[in-house]
Every structure is written in structure tokens, then in C-alpha cells.
Design a protein around this ligand. Sequence first.
Ligand code: GS8
Length: 220
Amino acid sequence: IKKGLVLLDFWVSPFGQRCRIALAEKGLPYEYSEQELLGTKSELLLRSNPIHKKIPVLIHDGRPVNESLVILNYLEEAFPDAPPLLPADPYARAQARFWAAYSDKVYEVGSRLWKTKGEAQSQARAEMLQVLGNLDGELGEKPFFAGEKFGFVDLALVPFMPWLTPSFERYGGFSVAEVAPRLAAWADRCMERESVAKTLYPGEKVDEFITLLKKKYGIE
Ligand SMILES: N[C@@H](CCC(=O)N[C@@H](CSO)C(=O)NCC(=O)O)C(=O)O
């Protein structure tokens, strides 16, 4: 059994980036294993996550942990001596888990912006404005979602920001700076952290990837 941590991941995956940021914030060394998603998936990936067959997968001393938010919670518990990303108070932890789970919507709704046209795309646009408004409202005037410190919700959400700008904005015909100005400022604040800056790719790179996916799926 291979001791230590191995992360099965894919370079531009925001879900994998959540794990990379958390591992960096906690100072935990790990082996990064880039997976082939658009072609034939590796035996290791299929064996490690037979249910979803998706990355990220965190393999700890040979045992796989699947789903990015499950991995984040696992890291909190399995490495208690590393800097925590969740607050101590149970209610605050519950709120952080709620909003981290909610942040998945940015990707789910955003994907419908570039995958659809017409009425479906308009519906996705309306939903996205709602999601961004809710996130902007929850953040409010706080520097980060749990207050003064960068934490769980921030690292769960920030990987989707280079998808919003410029791609989702362009497909949806909106501007994050206009509909969610506090969220836009928060994203810049998060980018000042080395764990975030070294993990995320520029929006332009994400946009090229989406264009590649559209070609691959034959979406004009
Ligand atoms: N709910 C999961 C989503 C992971 C995911 O979508 N992974 C994608 C790449 S990133 O978009 C993936 O592995 N896709 C491969 C496939 O769907 O075949 C999580 O939070 O970990």
C-alpha cells in the first residue's frame, strides 16, 4: 500500500482545485496525479471511484476518498494538527458546509449557459443572477465568508471565479462586478493568497477549455 496522499485530479477542474487549495493551506505534501478525462480513464481512477468515475479522488494510505466537499471535510478530521479551514463552533460549521455546497450551483448553472441556447439559456441566466445575488448577500461586508479569515466556503467557491469571468459572463450576458460587486472584490482578495494564486488558471485559459469542450460535444 502506498503511504501518504495522492490526488487524482484534472488541471482545470474547479472541484480538484478546491482540494489543491486546501492541501496547500494545510501544508500537507501530496503526489499530484493528472488524469485523462476526455479519453480513456485510468484503472486507478475507475477502481478508486467506481460510483461516479470522476476526479478529484484523494487516496490516503491506499484508501480513496471521493467528492471534493467530502475530501475537504475528511482533511479537516484526518489531519487535526494542520490549520483548520472550518470554524470551531458547530453552528458556524453547519453554515460553512451549507454555503460550500451551495457554491456548486455556480458551476451547474454556468454549464447550462454554454451548453444551451434560447429559452433554456435565458432560464440559466436568471438562475445565475439569483445564485450570484445570494452569494453576494451572504458575504455582505465581511472580508471572507466566515468573517476575518479565509476558510472553507472561500476555497470551495473561488475555483469557479475564473469560469464566471469571462466565460459565464459572456454566455449569460451579465457582469459579476455589476450583479455581485462584493463577490467580485472578494475574488480579488482570495487571489492574493498564494494557495489560490498558484492553483487557479486565468479565465482566458478556462474559456479556451470551454471552447474545446463545445467542439468535442458538437455544441455550436
Ligand atoms: N461533485 C463532484 C464533481 C466532480 C466533477 O465534476 N469532476 C469532473 C471534472 S471537473 O468538472 C469529472 O471527473 N468528469 C469526468 C466525467 O464526468 O466523466 C465533486 O465535487 O468532486
